[in-house]
Ligand binder design. Sequence first.
Ligand code: URA
Length: 430
Amino acid sequence: MIPQWFIEEKRDKKTHSEVDLREWIAGVTNQTLPDYQIAAWLMAVYLNGMTDSEIAILTDAMLHSGETIAFHLNRPTADKHSTGGIGDKISIPLAPLCAALGLAVPMISGRGLGITGGTLDKLESIPGFNVHLSITEFKRLTETIGCCMIGQTETLAPADRRLYALRDVTGTVPSIPLITASIMSKKLAEGADTLLFDVKVGNGAFMKSLPEARSLAHHLITTGQTLGRTCRALITDMNQPLGRTVGNALEVKESLEILRGEGPEDVRHLTLLEAAHMANAAKLFDTPEQAYEYAETLLKNGKAMEIFQKMCHAQGGNPEAPLPKPACTKTIYAKNSGFVTSVHAEKIGKIALTLGAGRVKVSDTPDPAAGIEHLVQQGEAIAKGDRLCTLCASTETCLAQAAEQIYQAITIADAPAPKSKRVYEIIEHP
Ligand code: URA
């Protein structure tokens, strides 16, 4: 394979052969291809796309660019991937809940960048929680406890790390073939047989429209099925944040409420729904409804919480220790009465970033205590002077900047708006 001919092939909208694609990814992994040629090819893919078969081969080649994990357990393995959203803390209660349902959940998560938070940053706000375990320890805890949550290792899908870094600086992140191969190569490497995708759509998500979200869901499922996994996708709303908290420790606090059978209804329902579909897709239950009902009892009777606490202790964390507290807080009050007709996810995400809860660049360290809590939700009736939310930060300057922006993110009108949908579609077959 001559690199420039390979690039020209995609520039001219042609289809790559399997042999060439695999050789290309080998060159990405072993550093024999220079950045400029990879970058040119990424832009050609961004502009001209790939066939389903090319995406499956690319994914498989990226998946085998490093170590892969295999489980031989007497229960099914399953995991989920969310494309990311504001206040999306579902993975934290979901993994132990699925383990309580009888699944094994080997979960490798990412860090947040920009306005979307990452599960690892949230977990690390629990004092002592270690997300850097060896693969041997990851496997052992998944087998013995039923779930384990760690970060990406150097050895899993290394081709993705190089490609993603180049995409990040060449305007080629929002490409469905590249996103699909990136997500799937990492998810398939961790060894789960069943995968659930939560594809978020809305102003606070990667995918802004339903057709785009459907297309990504279709490609994730098709690629997973071609490579031998059972896959299902939910398309869920990200025009408003999930729950009443945004920010790392604050989201852990809300996740613990869910595990105690409490917490906001939208977070509780999505956690149960995702668990139900994972358990049903993995054939533990005949219907998602049966699994949902049983999962509800596991939240109420404390079994899911028990597993969370075991996982936390096994990973060095202390679930009873106080979570980081902000140095300063400011409560924001409604200036007029009415109904909350929208809480704009993207604007809330940017406010959380102003407060210090996220990362603008990869090297930033988020403030674990920063964020927003007691956030009102769409549909609520509000009287003048009621609390809209409480802002948490480490400096008064951050608080003052964020306080100015909050009224632009929350709309209060005289009449209630129709309640917006939280789950748009459930896709089993592409
Ligand atoms: N998440 C990933 O892991 N990769 C992408 O390309 C986009 C989101």
